[in-house]
Design a protein. Structure first.
Ligand SMILES: [Zn+2]
Length: 240
């Protein structure tokens, strides 16, 4: 294999690992955001369930207060009823007491219904809060691992870019500039082998002349289809 291409291949291997790390780093941000959103959505749902439960509780207590009020009224009417000497007044009190008792009975039925609803609402809210707590524990671990990956990858990419200078200095400038321009466009393999007689990048079958030029280590052999730089090394199989 040509020595200049060997060095360029080392540079490319280096660059490919760097962009792989950059890719992982970039894809971690939306994943993190998604996890944070799930935590917030969970809490929002639980808060709504808590408010619903509290509302049922308030309604039940209001009705119980109303029942107490009616019972006090009945006691008052009963006392007044005992004091009156007039028959029509006596009957009027009796009617009012009966009406209040009827109201109490209706309210008591409602209170019983609300107690069931309240129990269900309380359980739903508590289950949701429990599930939030469990989920958040797992989410927190994932966020910590994402943050750790971000820190280590950022540092490693920085170090790799520094170290790259040593590798790039070994490659002839014109060749390196051509490679870098293509690498930016393709975001991947630019210098490829010709194993099987085909371009290692786009996999099109290469003309025999191109294969022969590679084998005889001519400079600047490129794929007629995709323009990638081609190289040959002895372990590759090519047709005669
Ligand atoms: Zn190609």
């Amino acid at each position: 294999m040509r020595e200049d291409l060997q060095r360029l291949l080392e540079l490319q291997t280096w660059d490919l690992e760097t962009i792989r790390l950059e890719g992982e780093l970039n894809s971690s941000a939306p994943v993190r955001e998604e996890i944070v959103q799930k935590v917030l959505d969970g809490r929002k749902k639980t808060t709504a369930l808590k408010e619903k439960y509290q509302q049922v509780c308030i309604t039940r207590k209001d009705m119980e207060a109303k029942i107490e009020e009616l019972q006090a009224q009945i006691a008052k009417y009963s006392a007044q009823q005992l004091q009156t000497k007039k028959n029509d007044e006596y009957r009027a009190f009796e009617n009012q007491i009966a009406a209040a008792r009827k109201n109490i009975s209706t309210l008591e039925t409602k209170v019983l219904e609300l107690m069931d609803a309240e129990e269900l609402a309380r359980k739903t809210y508590e289950d949701s809060a429990k599930s939030d707590k469990e989920n958040e524990k797992a989410y927190k671990e994932r966020i910590l691992s994402i943050d750790k990956l971000k820190a280590t990858h950022t540092q490693e990419i920085k170090e790799r870019k520094q170290k790259r200078k040593e590798l790039e200095a070994k490659v002839e400038p014109a060749l390196r500039i051509r490679y870098e321009r293509m690498f930016r466009n393709k975001r991947g393999h630019v210098l490829v082998g010709i194993d099987g007689g085909a371009c290692g990048g786009c996999h099109i079958k290469l003309p025999q002349q191109a294969v022969l030029s590679c084998i005889s280590e001519e400079p600047n052999v490129t794929c007629i289809n995709c323009g990638r730089m081609l190289y040959y090394s002895p372990e590759m199989h090519v047709e005669n």
